[in-house]
Write a protein that binds this ligand. Structure first.
Ligand code: OAD
Length: 256
């Protein structure tokens, strides 16, 4: 027999009212997003039950070693993901964040996602911490190009210098690129940050938790939106246990 303990947690109207109040007062937001924000667009996540890392070993697809060993295998995998992303549409969560910016708020999005759904929804300030699936990089001469072919015409794609290009994505064992880190630091230093929304990430990397901690040190209240209670969710001022699109639509809708 089902008991209360079996039911998934529900977002309470009190929590929604509190976060609505914070949201309407906030001028400067930092929004940290992960794969969960694109889940309702049909883009797969990584670590959930049906996530990519449950079907594919990341060491075979998301490391420099895997790429050097078999660039075509790695590129075919990314090419399939590119085709999925190009067919996907921004969902209610992406659109809600873009709407907040239209309302005159500063909405500084730090995403771990390599898709472009935030930009396609209309968000203007999007920092891609893990790179972009639409950029190709040559490891020999550092040349970076945007390429939106889906499927790719040349497999594997090559640079004009003759070298095979790689996805401009941060792989396991690689350092984060300096430019996004600098942009984040600049935003935090300008401060204050009124509200930090963390949406759809497992926050399995220490630097994501660190970012939320820094936003809080710069004045932000911390709100986590995720059906699952993650370690970061446990630190939040409010944890909203729901789907990103539904919760954000609720937060932005007029008062009941
Ligand atoms: P994960 O797949 O690790 O976590 C996705 C999170 O989204 C989980 O906590 C889910 O509970 C949550 N989630 C699922 N559906 C959701 C929904 N509709 N609304 C809100 N939340 C939902 O993805 P990330 O944390 O983004 O790196 O993973 C971080 C990085 O690990 C990725 O950027 C990727 C991967 O290796 C690279 O590709 C470089």
């Amino acid at each position: 027999m089902a008991t209360d303990a079996d039911r998934p947690p529900q977002v309470s109207s009190g929590q929604i009212a509190t976060v609505r109040r914070w949201l309407s007062a906030a001028k400067n937001l930092m929004v940290i997003t992960g794969a969960g924000v694109s889940a309702e667009s049909g883009v797969p996540t990584f670590r959930t039950a049906d996530g990519l890392w449950r079907q594919f070993n990341p060491m075979d697809y998301a490391t420099p070693e895997a790429f050097h060993q078999d660039p075509v295998k790695v590129w075919q995998w990314y090419d399939a993901r590119r085709q999925g992303i190009v067919a996907a549409e921004p969902n209610a969560a992406h659109r809600a964040l873009a709407r907040l910016e239209e309302q005159g708020k500063t909405v500084f999005i730090v995403t771990q996602n390599v898709d472009d759904l935030h930009e396609r929804a209309g968000s203007k300030q999007v920092i891609h911490l893990h790179g972009s699936i639409w950029r190709l990089r040559c490891e020999r001469d550092g040349n970076v190009v945007e390429n939106r072919e889906a499927p790719l015409i040349e497999m594997p794609p090559t640079c004009f210098c003759g070298e095979v290009m790689r996805p401009d994505i941060v792989w396991f064992g690689e350092a984060l690129p300096w430019r996004p880190l600098q942009q984040i630091e600049d935003y935090l230093l300008k401060g204050p940050v009124d509200l930090c929304l963390v949406i759809g990430t497992e926050a399995s990397f220490g630097y994501i938790i660190e970012l939320a901690v820094q936003a809080r040190e710069h004045g932000a209240r911390l709100v986590d939106i995720n059906p699952r209670l993650t370690d970061l969710g446990k630190m939040a001022d409010v944890q909203l246990p729901g789907k990103a699109g539904e919760v954000l639509a609720d937060l932005l809708s007029s008062q009941p």
